[in-house]
Design a protein around this ligand. Structure first.
Ligand SMILES: Cc1cc2nc3c(=O)[nH]c(=O)nc-3n(C[C@H](O)[C@H](O)[C@H](O)COP(=O)(O)O)c2cc1C
Length: 220
């Protein structure tokens, strides 16, 4: 255990030096260590589960992204029971079509106490998928402001943005595939994301996301 922790601390500082990336927060790094232990990219197939217009899919996690709550609507869509979900890292439902860049963006900002919106394709237990627009926020202690968990609520993704999001995510995956190291891939993918959408920061990223929804709705 102690050796593991020392290794994490050592590798964390080494990565920061190597990449020069001062935004590489501990949560992302610790989360990455978990990922290697829990490979959940089993099989996938083309079976889409449609999220209902009024469905609200809610999960909560601890500060490291381990599930502490999953609403019954979420369990139903994910095809996973509370017993299968609670205590697991949230990447249990990760779909391989999701670029690392989006989760890098997510963790970078929620761990700083900020909210993040994202289009997310999740995997169901039987290998299918569903698209959502997720809103993730930190849960903090009132007195100290310390983050002790995160909350995510998801609604159906507007269907008219889907082809654009799929194309963008495919391009990001292409960028990420050029890098062997997952963290480097995430960082480079994130740079490509901001460049692609013409954003310099998180506020502009969020504007892009809602502008896209608004523009597509007007065009419909
Ligand atoms: C509150 C919260 C909700 C999350 N929701 C999802 C989700 O719906 N799908 C998903 O793939 N990852 C979600 N994540 C991100 C995962 O923790 C993880 O970063 C992501 O699945 C990428 O996993 P990987 O590092 O193994 O590639 C969520 C994280 C938090 C804190």
């Amino acid at each position: 255990m102690i050796i593991d922790k020392l290794l994490i601390i050592f590798c964390g500082s080494w990565l920061r030096m190597l990449i020069g990336e001062n935004q590489l927060c501990e949560n992302i790094f610790q989360h990455g260590v978990n990922d290697m232990e829990i490979s959940n990219l089993h099989h996938t197939n083309d079976k889409e589960t449609i999220v209902g217009e009024f469905d609200l899919l809610v999960t909560k996690t601890d500060a490291k992204g381990r599930l502490t709550y999953a609403s019954s609507a979420f369990q139903k869509i994910a095809e996973l029971s509370e017993e299968e979900l609670l205590g697991q890292p949230h990447n249990i439902i990760r779909h391989p079509d999701m670029p690392r860049a989006i989760f890098y963006h997510l963790w970078t900002h929620i761990s700083k106490g900020e909210e993040v919106f994202a289009f997310v394709k999740n995997r169901t237990k039987s290998g299918g998928y569903y698209w959502v627009l997720a809103h993730v926020t930190p849960i903090t202690k009132i007195e100290s402001g310390e983050i002790y968990g995160y909350h995510s609520s998801r609604r159906r993704m507007p269907s008219n943005v889907r082809s654009e999001v799929e194309a963008l995510y495919a391009r990001l995956r292409e960028v990420e595939a050029r890098f062997d190291h997952p963290k480097k891939a995430a960082i480079e993918g994130h740079k490509a994301l901001l460049q692609e959408i013409g954003a310099c920061n998180s506020v502009e990223y969020t504007k892009w996301l809602f502008n896209m929804i608004a523009q597509k709705s007007l065009a419909a």
